[in-house]
Ligand binder design. Sequence first.
Ligand code: NAD
Length: 472
Amino acid sequence: MTAHTSFFQNVLDYVDRAAALTNHPKGLLDQIKHCNSVYHFEFPLRHADGSVEVIKAWRVEHSHHKLPTKGGIRYAPDVNEDEVKALAALMTYKCAIVDVPFGGAKGAIQIDPKKYTLDQLERITRRYTHELAKKNFIGPGVDVPAPDYGTGEREMAWIADTYSAMNPGQIDAIACITGKPLSQGGIRGRREATGRGCFYALREACAHADDMKALGLSAGIAGKKVVVQGLGNVGYHAAKFCREEGDAIIIAIAEREGAIMNPNGLNEEEVFQHRKAKGSILNFPGATNIPNSIDALELECDALIPAALENQITEANADRIKARIIVEGANGPMTPGAEEVLRKKGTLIIPDVYANAGGVTVSYFEWLKNLSHVRVGRMGKRYEQASELRLIHMMESLTGRSFNEDQLKLASKGPDELDFVNSGLEDTMVVAYQRLREIWKTDARVHDLRTAAFLDAIEKVARAYAELGIFP
Ligand code: NAD
């Protein structure tokens, strides 16, 4: 596969590689591949000194085969249209892979959020929402954004508020966006969902003893040495769950200003607090500094989780990457050229279109919560608690033995919103991994998980078009 400077072209190449294994007509494949709507707009921002800056922004809806479309909003100084198109396209395939009934979309504002005051960020975000609403590029049944690089719950709350103000009385208005704070209609577990999903992806991969043996690794995630790039939303939570729930060892964490390494393991929360207090990840007690951040990707480790930006693993460093497994937490962290080098080395690559789909999966749950106007589990919790207690008392009377207070509490907890969200997320990630692995292992033409993932997605989107009667 040829290396491109265009991220969107890279995605098209991945699609072409998988599409070549199907019998779909060219017209259908073209319809699947290209972006349905691209909206580029600019708006002014007045600074305190009276000067005016014109801000560039985008929203791209890649595929309308299912509505609403869905995808995050990125604030970054060097974001461009090509990148937004690529990210929107990835969303279409991602949603299809994890069976989330949305088309793909993505949005961006070309700013470095750190260079603006809180007040300016709020004005920029509200104006962006206004522009989207004017052109019908946002709405609970139209297009539903979410957080991405450089944005979070705060921006989502501003967007929900602006949209609701523009649509008074629209009862489903807050379903126009996901990733909101809890008090604004958010859902428990959304903030950590993408990182948690990366953990499930790695855990599933490690559970296959044959696959691990082929990599020269033992089965199971416990004890695996992991390097994480980016201590933002995705990287922080991926590290947290791999360490807390998987018993993996986080041996290095890379941030913009450098990386740190400790073969005995790092605690992401302590590192986060250190960085917050000192303004840098470097000089963390007990860890070795790696001044050139990107060098951390080349450390000896079992798994590498790039969770910062695209194009971090390229032909320039691919042959020096020693990780046996790469979990693409970020979107497009690896170029196709780098992938070719790594595939020859036998590295197991868990592709972004699947690995970071945890965020959109739980966004889907949040959207459902907003449309149903009820917290999942609200009506059943007490009933389930009572049923569990009845069963326990029955067991006690049959066995003549009693549970202690702690055991009773544990056994009759009754599921709450977070339990349901995590259960839905885990099931989604596990089922999707098994399906992709099945395609990879049973179709002799498929040599890797990425091709399996795109093939799975293309088939599902093609089926949706066929069922709409657009293509035979
Ligand atoms: P974020 O802004 O919360 O975190 C990104 C982190 O990467 C920041 O801490 C930043 O300082 C760090 N970083 C930037 N440049 C770096 C570099 N050169 N080396 C090391 N670290 C660097 O963003 P996020 O939401 O965690 O998103 C990260 C990636 O994951 C993006 O590619 C995004 O598209 C993808 N993603 C995010 C979500 C989500 O739910 N947030 C979902 C799917 C995919």
